[in-house]
Design a binder for this molecule. Sequence first.
Ligand SMILES: *Cc1c(COP(=O)(O)O)cnc(C)c1O
Length: 444
Amino acid sequence: MSQDDPRRAIPRTDALLAEPPLAAAAARLGRPPVRAAVTDAQDRARRGEIGPDEVAAAALAALPRRASTLTPVLNATGVVVHTNLGRAPLSPAAVEAVVEAAGYCDVELDLGTGGRGPRGQGARAALLEAVPGAGDALVVNNGAAALVLATTALAAGREVVVSRGEMVEIGDGFRLPDLVASTGARLREVGTTNRTHPQDYADAVGPDTGCVLKVHPSNFRVEGFVCAVGLPELRDLRRPDGSRVPLVADIGSGLLAPDPVLRDEPDAGTALRDGATVVTASGDKLLGGPQAGLVLGEEDAVRRLRRHPLARSLRVDKLTLAALEASVRAPSTPVRDAVHATADELRPRVERLATALGREVVPVTGRVGGGGAPGMPLPGWAVELPVEAVVRLREPAHGLPVVLARVEGGRGLVDVRCIPEDREDDLLAALRAALDEATEGRTP
Ligand SMILES: *Cc1c(COP(=O)(O)O)cnc(C)c1O
């Protein structure tokens, strides 16, 4: 190699690894992948593919920008609680609470005495304030866990009476009968798929009944010759010895109080008033919080659940408790805002995008999704795009957000319902880039 060979100017590995952006990448990802990326970039410089002064930038560009492989996505599908996109997006207040709880925090410590304190008191207090009719509240990992814990604690080795019309599949092949059977309780099915009467329950209850279970059919609707039994009609079912049969209501969606827009969705407060002994629900559906399972109900029953050994294996993390408390206390959540956004409110936002891109505005129907309000349309507006552009939107491009849009009737649709207003300019940049690429890529 001669003195003036440019390859002599290729920075040494140690020097490159000491450069602040690469040192920061090593702190995030570990040294081996950063070293490999550096070696790779040096090789490219030796082959003359890049200049010696481009080695650091090339190494950096080859490394993932995040420590996690989870890629943030802008949800332009119009489906608010999108299970494949992580269900509820957290509010800024909930994100802040998570960040603050991420270090050491007093999740199980009484700062007054310096001794051990009960875990998760803040989230519990927030839930009890939001649902004054509940005697106690417990938070577990998810809605399925809340249901498993309730049926285990109240009915293991005994019977769970449930209507055939409520033997539902929650999603991802996960079936309620299998879930309940896994707890060691036996299912006692009553009624038929479309019709169940109060007498069906009364006939099934006996000395061996652990509880009656009511499941909200949250992801489908049965219409026509249908009849189901409401909680008020089941609240006073008694075993032959006169003891009251606990009534478990799995409401699914997690509304704590009635929502005027979601008139058909059950809520915890009403279910308890109607006679449920305990209500179970998800934290990351219409409640708009983190993944969690909520149990709200009569003090004695919730205490039985809390003291059951299984409760320990369903315990939630401090990050969940922080996000849940913040979400419950907040006046609104991103999920609630998106569900409540009217077509008139959404129109100017879509029009601004469409005008900037020279595209058309078309009417669309969004959905609550994720097992909530299955029959309820959410009228809104979308920017229309060619399908090729929708495909490009999913590909991570440098500096642009990944966008998930919808394809319907052979065209792409970008619904702004679930796009935070402060991300609209980012969305516009991504749409513009995708449209440019899609037009260039098209054969004339
Ligand atoms: C969603 C849902 C569940 C499961 O809750 P996860 O939080 O997903 O575990 C159970 N029951 C009903 C009625 C639901 O809608």
